[in-house]
Design a protein around this ligand. Structure first.
Ligand SMILES: [Zn+2]
Length: 378
């Protein structure tokens, strides 16, 4: 089967995150079993009551001294895609235009999955000395939920993992974390002609936001090379408060987002904000604020001298970099792996109508993955 036929099959299966991914998982399980892998399905029911499956396909290595649950190299691809606009009538039909293959998921991340399936077809698995796994996850696009489950379930540990995402075949060895909190500051409503009988939640929120701006400035001192910008950033993206121009605001809510550099716990920034709120309360006993830390996606970093980073730098001819978007790499690191994000296609065209993967990158990815398997699992 050509790689284009494989990608065509994958794109034809609608695997938008909201739907069950059982259909694409059966396709992948069949392909992996035909290639000689043992497959294991790890199903779960998502919050909407829909069945989702993570699939682990691995080679069995009889004469290994290590337990079979230790994988030498894992190739990881998420099976779900973002939704597509109904007007994009060819979303599920792979189309070729000027050396590009278009379709929903063609770039993110079915291109990588097709490359991995094609790479294993070209290799005699019985000659591999060390275990290889193909890992297919669910619910990546809605918060890497499948990979997180996998990390908790620990069906295997891995030494090296290539996490498929469109990076234009540049190995990405680190990424910032993403954290979000909803902050609600309370005050006391009153007629605005009599401020002495009320307490403005908006003035209070403004004081806290002023402190947050100071924290953001302090965070610039802690720098990590290779990131743009090289420090943890903060943003107050939304603010909403008060009910009318002549009422002292009783409540003010805002969102606080921060993107952490590796080596800095997501709680570090959160604790600075909590401390600022505690300081404000010392000055104003009435100051009440709730900080609801809604999300904390970890940063990740694999050392520049990791054999996987070096192998991918050499074979792609590109120096390793850092990613600005969330990936499943932290979960693979939890599973013991040196994880690198790598794959064909450009993230800037992903999630758009007409997303595509260039054919030459797709073919190049097969070569690199084949060499990686032979290099690490021989
Ligand atoms: Zn993706």
């Amino acid at each position: 089967m050509t790689i284009q036929d494989t990608l065509k099959d994958l794109v034809a299966i609608d695997s938008v995150s909201q739907r069950s991914n059982t259909e694409i998982i059966s396709y992948l399980a069949t392909r992996c079993e035909a290639a000689g892998f043992t497959t294991k399905k790890l199903p779960y029911i998502d919050d909407a009551g829909v069945e989702k499956i993570n699939l682990v396909a691995q080679t069995s290595v009889s004469d290994s001294t290590e337990p079979a649950s230790t994988i030498e190299l894992a190739l990881v691809g998420h099976t779900d895609t973002v939704p597509y606009h109904p007007a994009w009538i060819e979303a599920l039909r792979l189309t070729e235009k000027n050396g590009k293959l278009l379709g929903r998921g063609a770039c993110d991340t079915k291109a990588f999955i097709a490359a991995a399936l094609t790479a294993i077809d070209s290799i005699d698995l019985s000659k591999l000395q060390k275990p290889l796994a193909l890992v297919f996850t669910a619910d990546e696009e809605i918060g890497c939920l499948g990979a997180r489950r996998l990390a908790r379930a620990r069906p295997f540990t891995a030494r090296y993992a290539i996490v498929g995402e469109p990076t234009s075949l540049q190995p990405m060895r680190a990424g910032k974390g993403y954290c979000l909190a909803e902050i609600t500051v309370r005050g006391r409503e009153a007629h605005s002609a009599y401020p002495q009988i009320g307490a403005s939640a908006i003035f209070r929120a403004a004081r806290l936001i002023g402190r947050i701006e100071q924290i953001a400035a302090e965070l610039k001192q802690d720098q990590r090379a290779g990131f743009d910008p090289p420090y943890t950033t903060m943003n107050v993206g939304l603010i909403d408060g008060g009910t009318a121009k002549n009422i002292i605001a009783g409540e003010c809510r805002f969102t606080l987002e921060w993107r952490t550099i590796p080596g800095q716990e997501s709680d570090y920034t959160l604790n600075l904000v909590r401390q600022a709120a505690a300081d404000l309360q010392q000055q104003d006993a009435d100051f009440v604020c709730e900080i609801d830390a809604a999300r904390a996606d970890e940063s990740f970093e694999t050392r520049a001298d990791s054999p996987l980073v070096q192998f991918l730098e050499e074979s792609s001819g590109k120096e390793s970099g850092t990613v600005a978007f969330g990936t499943e790499a932290p979960s693979l690191i939890d599973l013991g792996a040196d994880a690198v994000v790598f794959g064909p296609g450009d993230i800037r065209v992903a999630h758009r109508t007409g997303e595509f993967v260039p054919v030459d990158q797709l073919n190049r990815c097969v070569e690199i993955l084949s060499r990686a398997i032979q290099h690490f699992c021989k």
